[in-house]
Design a protein. Structure first.
Length: 146
């Protein structure tokens, strides 16, 4: 009876981890513990979203329009996607960044600050989860936040 009870608990945990799988690896780890293949499939689909060529549709009224490309960005990244992120950071939290397309220390600090404010993983990188929160917050009518 204890094994069945524990399996149910792990299955429930895997089901709860499913929405988190869009954010990265935590659900993958939970899926291996339970053998739930559907969680792995969802995590693999989420990993495809992190691919550098992944594109996310922008709405017609997006406040920033440098690009609709959403690659993973980090210190040293450059280009239109960095400009998009800098614009979003300025709109979402009033970061006061130059929208110059260079992901330097000031942009990294603004990303960390935004991630902490949003209650998401604080790593100074802009991946799928941070892009999602940034675009939502920047386009919200009550922006800037924090």
């Amino acid at each position: 009876m204890e094994v069945i009870g524990m399996r149910r608990v792990l299955t429930v945990l895997a089901a709860l981890a499913l929405p988190i799988s869009l954010a990265g690896t935590p659900a993958v780890a939970a899926s291996h513990a339970t053998g739930a293949t559907s969680v792995v499939k969802h995590a693999q689909a989420a990993d495809k979203l992190n691919h550098p060529t992944a594109r996310v549709a922008q709405g017609p009224d997006d406040v920033c329009d440098f690009t609709d490309n959403r690659p993973t960005l980090h210190l040293g990244s450059a280009g239109a996607a960095v400009q998009q992120a800098q614009c979003y950071l300025n709109q979402a939290v009033g970061a006061g960044l130059d929208e110059d397309g260079d992901f330097g220390r000031l942009t990294q600090a603004a990303v960390r600050s935004f991630q902490q404010c949003a209650g998401i993983v604080v790593d100074g990188r802009i991946g799928a989860q941070t892009w999602s929160f940034l675009s939502f917050w920047a386009n919200a009518p009550d922006a800037p936040f924090c």
